[in-house]
Design a protein around this ligand. Structure first.
Ligand SMILES: [Mn+2]
Length: 280
């Protein structure tokens, strides 16, 4: 059995039991009969190498993104699940597999991180009940929270600072955006994966409806992360640019320069905000 996560592997999760077994690339020359996909809204998101090894295999697609493209031979999609880890918990119970402290820790981390530390709207009673149960089974909430949220390298905070300095607030405080350039990465000594928390900093402004972070991947490739607290469906907005996700959190990859992407996305975003609720 192989466990693959397409690069970049987030090294903030190196503490997870079993992390060392995860590979970024499939072992050479393998041709598996069965491939499970978890938390992947579409096949593209899992990277081209995974797509290649999955070409002959039966694909089981386990996900909670409403926008899932149902690319599997078997699709288990539950948009009401707070995290795919919650679906896995349910499956382990259903098939009678015991949840060891090691498994409980990993499943708890899935719930914790996918609910934004039990702060997003998907923090359902069920999510909290499952979290409590996983804690009973050996997950240590305080210890895990320290490892997930209080182990950031200095370079990550430097990058946060540089990006937040570019922040612009528009539409009388309803829209905020910022950017991460490759130059900032060099200056901070950081990698792009370290930009992950910046969007949530933007999204903490009082009264904000939509936050957008632009990430310069290459000259002609810009990634966007979108968070919505108002009437805008972030997934629908990102779908206009070939992306997807959830109503409150979504993203897209746009084959344009940063400046061009900013121009296009901001125009769409402002239109969406005003269409969702014209009065300010
Ligand atoms: Mn998820």
């Amino acid at each position: 059995m192989w466990v693959l996560i397409p690069p970049p592997l987030p090294d903030m999760y190196t503490f997870l039991p079993g992390f060392d077994d995860i590979q970024a690339e499939p072992p050479h020359g393998i041709d598996p009969h069965l491939v499970f996909f978890f938390d992947s809204g579409n096949l593209e998101r899992s990277g081209s190498s995974v797509k290649r090894i999955a070409s002959h295999a039966t694909i089981v697609n386990i996900d909670h993104h409403p926008s899932n493209s149902r690319f599997g031979d078997l699709n288990v999609i539950d948009p009401d699940a707070s995290a795919v880890g919650q679906m896995v918990t349910q499956m382990l119970d259903h098939f009678g597999y015991p949840i060891t402290p090691t498994i409980a820790t990993n499943l708890y981390v899935a719930l914790l991180t996918d609910t934004g530390g039990f702060r997003h709207e998907n923090t359902t009673p069920r999510a909290l009940e499952d979290a409590a149960r996983l804690a009973h089974l050996g997950a240590d909430p305080g210890h895990i929270a320290t490892l997930v949220y209080k182990m950031r390298p200095e370079t990550t905070l430097k990058l946060n600072g540089l990006a937040l300095a570019t922040m612009r607030v528009e539409l009388e405080g309803r829209l905020a955006w910022a950017k991460v350039t490759r130059r900032m990465l060099r200056e901070a000594g950081a990698v792009m994966a370290e930009s992950e928390g910046i969007i949530d900093n933007l999204n903490s402004i009082a009264g904000l409806e939509l936050a957008i972070l632009f990430k310069e991947v290459q000259n002609d490739l810009t990634k966007i992360s979108v968070r919505s607290r108002g009437g805008v469906d972030a997934a629908a907005m990102c779908a206009l640019f070939g992306g997807g996700g959830h109503i409150r959190a979504a993203g897209a990859e746009i084959e344009k320069s940063m400046d061009e992407a900013i121009r296009l996305v901001l125009a769409t975003a402002k239109e969406a905000i005003l269409a969702a609720s014209p009065q300010s």
